[in-house]
Design a protein around this ligand. Structure first.
Ligand SMILES: *[C@@H]1O[C@H](CO)[C@@H](O)[C@H](O)[C@H]1NC(C)=O
Length: 302
């Protein structure tokens, strides 16, 4: 009976498709949650560009791509590879659904990220906001103050300690926004309680429920990368691989989906004896081991 049982376990284990077991071997993943990861983004150390790694990682527990700066960690909610932009949604940023006090939002100067063209609204500032200034120059764009009227119709304004329908001269449209010398949106020195950032009005300029909230960032693509990495990386990605780097010297590697790396791309690995060897030892050996145990189980039963 025990033998039968163990045979059954082996059978169950071996029935799971081999790709599944092998996917665990892939050190660089092509997705994080629902986001497609392509160069220069990567799922962790050794993947994507080494300039992006300390700032952007795929959190293993939540499967969430996260940008970390000196002011906090921010979920990355979309990436546009065509325009070299990404959107983050800071957890303490206000939206029409939820308004709250926010700490300063900052980017690291050493990171490849810069503020993109989203529209910041500073909320619950000292009135009148037309007198808010940074280094003597006014902050608020009065020609867009209708956005303040709209956002202050959201019932959640009470979350900032404001009354319902507060006077909109405590709100300020800050666009284009600039970060200060520490790389921060300095709410503390402006004495504003919170902020929101609008990526798109979605054709509803007066309905803040329809707006798309988030902070758009631009990323510098390739500017500091080793010559020719873009061409190498395109070939790698087109062959189903994920671009990465490895010591020494963070040189380019192409991580292929059965757990081996090449210096070129994934399709032509059979041309190279060494890579072929790695393939046989890692991937196929696992499959043969399983069949060995199934056979052993069968023999025991008989
Ligand atoms: C492939 O490269 C990744 C990223 O550098 C690394 O983590 C992994 O260990 C490498 N795998 C092999 C089999 O060398």
């Amino acid at each position: 009976m025990a033998i039968l049982f163990s045979f059954f376990i082996f059978l169950l284990l071996s029935l799971s498709p081999p790709q599944r077991t092998l996917a665990g071997d892939q050190s660089c993943r092509p997705t994080c949650g629902s986001l497609k990861l392509k160069y220069p983004f990567g799922s962790g150390y050794g993947c994507g560009s080494p300039r992006f790694h300390p700032f952007v990682t795929c959190e293993p527990t939540s499967n969430q791509l996260t940008l970390t700066t000196h002011t906090g960690s921010y979920p990355v909610t979309s990436i546009s590879y065509a325009t070299s932009t990404l959107t983050i949604t800071p957890p303490y940023m206000s939206t029409c659904n939820s308004m709250q006090q926010s700490p300063n939002l900052g980017l690291d100067w050493t990171s490849p990220f810069q503020l993109g063209p989203s529209t910041f609204l500073l909320l619950s500032c000292p009135s009148p906001t037309c007198s808010l200034a940074i280094n003597g120059s006014p902050v608020c764009d009065s020609s867009s103050s209708h956005l303040c009227d709209s956002i202050y119709t959201c019932p959640s304004v009470t979350g900032l300690g404001l009354p319902m329908f507060p006077p909109s001269n405590t709100c300020c449209v800050y666009s284009p926004a600039n970060f200060n010398s520490k790389g921060e949106l300095d709410l503390r020195s402006l004495k504003c309680e919170g902020y929101t950032s609008i990526v798109s009005l979605q054709d509803y300029p007066t309905d803040p429920n329809q707006w798309q909230y988030g902070v758009l960032l631009k990323y510098a693509n390739g500017a500091f990368d080793i010559y020719d990495i873009d061409n190498k990386c395109n070939a790698c990605e087109e062959s189903g691989g994920v671009c990465g780097y490895a010591p020494p010297g963070n040189s380019f590697i192409c991580a292929c989906d059965i757990g081996y790396n090449t210096t070129t791309q994934c399709r032509n690995f059979f041309n190279n004896d060494q890579e072929q060897e790695i393939f046989w030892s890692s991937a196929s050996l696992q499959i043969w081991k399983k069949w060995f145990w199934i056979l052993a189980g069968l023999i025991l039963i008989i």
